[in-house]
Design a protein around this ligand. Structure first.
Ligand SMILES: Nc1ncnc2c1ncn2[C@@H]1O[C@H](COP(=O)(O)OP(=O)(O)OP(=O)(O)O)[C@@H](O)[C@H]1O
Length: 570
């Protein structure tokens, strides 16, 4: 299990922002501009209660002109606030989109170069969630949560300054009545939320993974009649999610306590303010400013706690996404000593999917350039695993695979994929036409390249016979092509890549004689100047192979020509 790094289920939350920064840094200018405009709009909002207080004083002084001037100023502030807020939203949405764009590309690039073993070790739904939902969460964080927190923080600071400069007596009263209970409530909420929100996000991810698996496995579930058992599992995960969602809701009820504090504070300000205004210590307008500002303060503390909750949730998503990017980073390739000799040489190969349970043990085998050989053995003997090791898709736990003297582990992954190609039993095709699928071969091949490759393999007549030729539709999951025909697609791709080594895991199903013959003929044409290995299942294929290597329980038990056919086919 040398190259699998499991993703953390409980990611380190503390360092998340620091780890996210490199992905945000390229967009720092637009983020900073959005935040600055957002703070200006907050300042405009903070000044509104002050102006209303002044307007009350002008009213009491029967100063009509002053009142009208203040009313006009309030109008200007409200419009300015609206425009600035909109501008900051546009800037930050743009920033969020840029971040998502960059991260999506990065995730696809990283997953494309990730060791196969890593992908196999994780549930498809988990990787799907990390690479879709959690990227979107980072965008939401940039677009709304980050500005919300900054603007709320800014609001608290601006309001504190405005109130302190208006009346220190009322500010002291506000501090005594408001601050201690609010501090207690926010602390209780944070404590509950810190446990509840991450648990909710993790339970949601588990449910999504199970659901994604049920879509993938739907056919098998129907065949096995296992839908009921699976449903029970899905319900179990859904129950887990429901429990954590309830805990998150309970955490949020702490916020309701702020209503009581709000009532007490307003009453205290009215009584205290009334006494101070009666003694001419402050004006009525200042008392009005305090009452209005304290109400805004409450709603902003309310918003603040909710935003903190959302941030805790997306912080978990973010951490999980960053874990995925860290874990799928390009594997370190260390220069390894070259050995002389040509061809594909495996020495001392050992491999285990689970620790302590090797499925291949100390395999020594060599294939010369241009050699055509077969791998045979019973089901589960390790043929596919050996093939994946021989073409560098897996890294061995022990031993080496060298191509023309170079260790595959030290080769650049892009070079590796061009020099060794594996055509699996089930060639994966994408929804679209034959041309769309052939275009997936590296090097941006053109239609002319497709035609040359097909002709080289003697498959031009086959392509011409398809409805639409290269424009033939394969269906959503390639269902319009048999497993054998999909392997022909793989062979044309391989001909365009022109690798040094080609390994074909022969399809066992759907191989009609005509397709089997086409594969055989195409392989014979591809064989020139390259090593071709076939994981052979069909007696007719084995019969034609000049060399047959037989595996049994992860070891090579026969290697040579002229092996009795019955033994090889067992
Ligand atoms: N992704 C995996 N995770 C865990 N175990 C695996 C995985 N793939 C294969 N195995 C196990 O490794 C052993 C060898 O499997 P492998 O597919 O290499 O055999 P095979 O000879 O190619 O079989 P077949 O002819 O059925 O394809 C088997 O016991 C199999 O169950």
């Amino acid at each position: 299990m040398a190259d699998v790094r499991m993703l953390a289920e409980e990611p380190d939350l503390r360092r998340v922002l620091g780890r996210a920064w490199p992905h945000l840094r390229p967009h720092r200018r637009i983020v900073a501009a959005g935040v600055a405009v957002n703070l200006l709009s907050t300042l405009a909002l903070t000044l509104v209660p002050v102006l209303i207080g002044r307007a009350v004083d002008r009213l009491l002084d029967h100063d009509r002109d002053g009142l009208l001037a203040i009313a006009a100023a309030v109008l200007v502030l409200v419009v300015a606030r609206m425009l600035l807020l909109r501008a900051s939203e546009v800037l930050l949405t743009r920033a969020g989109e840029r971040v998502v764009h960059g991260l999506r590309d990065l995730v696809v690039e990283r997953l494309g170069g990730t060791p196969l073993r890593f992908l196999e070790a994780h549930r498809g739904g988990d990787l799907l969630r990390r690479s879709t939902v959690e990227i979107a969460e980072l965008a939401t964080f940039v677009r709304s949560q980050l500005p919300d927190v900054i603007s709320l923080g800014g609001y608290l600071v601006f309001t504190a300054i405005v109130l302190l400069t208006s009346s220190w007596e009322l500010s002291a009263l506000l501090l005594v009545v408001f601050a201690p209970p609010m501090w207690l409530i926010t602390r209780a909420f944070r404590r509950a939320a810190e446990r509840a929100y991450p648990a909710e996000a993790a339970a949601q991810a588990t449910l999504a993974a199970t659901f994604a698996e049920s879509l993938q496995a739907r056919e098998q579930l129907q065949i096995d009649g296992a839908t009921g058992t699976w449903l029970a599992r899905l319900r179990g995960d859904a129950g887990g999610y429901l429990r954590t969602a309830r805990a998150a809701q309970r955490a949020a009820t702490w916020i309701d306590g702020t209503w009581v504090v709000q009532g007490l504070t307003t009453a205290a300000l009215l009584v205290g303010g009334g006494l101070l205004a009666g003694g001419d210590v402050v004006s009525v307008g200042v008392v009005v400013t305090f009452v209005l500002a304290s109400r805004d303060l409450f709603s902003s503390v309310d918003d603040f706690t909710l935003v903190v909750g959302e941030m805790l949730q997306s912080r978990v998503g973010l951490a999980r996404l960053l874990d995925l990017l860290d874990a799928t980073g390009a594997p370190a390739t260390s220069p390894a000593a070259r050995t002389s000799g040509r061809g594909l040489v495996a020495k001392g190969l050992t491999y285990a999917y689970r620790d302590g349970e090797p499925v291949l043990r100390e395999i020594d085998v060599a294939f010369g350039p241009g050699e055509h050989a077969g791998l045979v053995g019973e089901t589960g003997s390790g043929k596919t695993t050996l093939a994946k090791l021989l073409c560098g898709l897996y890294r061995p736990d022990a031993g080496t695979v060298r191509l023309d003297g170079e260790d595959l582990a030290a080769l650049d992954p892009a070079v590796l994929r061009r020099r060794l190609v594996l055509i699996p039993q089930q060639v994966h095709v994408i929804a679209g036409t034959l041309a769309d699928n052939l275009a997936l071969a590296p090097g941006e091949p053109t239609r002319a390249d497709f035609a040359v490759a097909a002709a080289r393999l003697g498959l031009d007549a086959w392509v011409a016979g398809l409805p639409g030729g290269f424009d033939a539709e394969l269906g959503r999951r390639g269902e319009r092509f048999s497993a054998g025909e999909r392997q022909l697609v793989g062979l044309i791709r391989a001909a365009m890549i022109d690798p040094d080594v080609l390994i074909l895991d022969e399809a066992t199903a759907d191989l009609d004689p005509a397709t089997a013959h086409r594969i055989e003929a195409a392989l014979a044409r591809l064989r020139r100047d390259r090593t071709v290995l076939v994981i052979a299942h069909r007696p007719s294929t084995i019969e034609r192979l000049p060399r047959v290597v037989r595996l049994d329980a992860g070891r090579i038990v026969a290697d040579g020509t002229g092996e009795p056919l019955e033994a090889a086919c067992r």
